[in-house]
Structures are given as structure tokens and as C-alpha cells.
Write a protein that binds this ligand. Structure first.
Ligand SMILES: [Zn+2]
Ligand SMILES: [Zn+2]
Length: 110
């Protein structure tokens, strides 16, 4: 331990702090932006865009058919040595293939 100087210890402490800050940053950022938006009177969910990315197709506007069980089915097909044909995609019915939905928070106010 005698080789470790006080400045090295301090450096270690700062390094640990930075490490923690890096991990916490996205959460803190989300927290701040949400509270900033609400303090500005903006919608927390969409930031007054009145649109949010569709949760079902994740903004793509289309979803793969049989999406509910695709991973299990893919595994079975692979274990049978058969490659599945390119997954068909179908227009997302949740957002009418727009990939965006009206913000539920904002549409409540309308
Ligand atoms: Zn969609
Ligand atoms: Zn909104």
C-alpha cells in the first residue's frame, strides 16, 4: 500500500465517480429532460410533437408476421435444418403503417 500516493487515491476516487456518472447519465438525462419538458409545459411523452413512435413496429410502419412466436419458431426451423424464408412483413395495424401514433397524452387534452 505504501506505493499508492494520496493523489493516486484521489484519482481513483474521481475515476470511480466518473464511472458512476457515466452509468447514471442516461437515467439522469431522461429525468432532467422529462422534468424540463413538464416545467416548460411540454408533453412529457412526446415533447409537444404530438406523435410518438409506434410501440408495436418501433417506428418501422410494418411488422413481421407471426411476431408473437417468431423466436421460438425460428429456433425450431433452425434445429430442423431448414432456413425460414424471408420473414414477411405486414403493415402495422397499430399505427396504420405510419410508424407514428398520436401521442395519447396530447390527444387526451384535445
Ligand atoms: Zn406501428
Ligand atoms: Zn404528447
Amino acid at each position: 500500500m505504501e506505493n499508492i500516493t494520496a493523489s493516486e487515491l484521489a484519482g481513483l476516487g474521481v475515476g470511480t465517480l466518473l464511472f458512476c456518472a457515466t452509468i447514471a447519465a442516461p437515467k439522469v438525462d431522461a429525468l432532467i429532460s422529462a422534468s424540463q419538458r413538464s416545467s416548460l409545459g411540454m408533453c412529457k411523452r412526446c415533447g409537444n410533437l404530438r406523435l410518438i413512435a409506434c410501440l408495436r413496429c418501433r417506428g418501422a410502419g410494418s411488422v413481421r408476421k407471426g411476431v408473437l412466436s417468431f423466436s421460438l419458431v425460428d429456433d425450431i426451423y433452425r434445429s430442423l435444418g431448414r432456413e425460414r424464408t424471408q420473414a414477411e412483413s405486414t403493415p402495422c395495424t397499430n399505427c396504420q403503417a405510419r410508424g407514428r401514433m398520436d401521442c395519447p397524452d396530447c390527444s387526451k387534452l384535445m
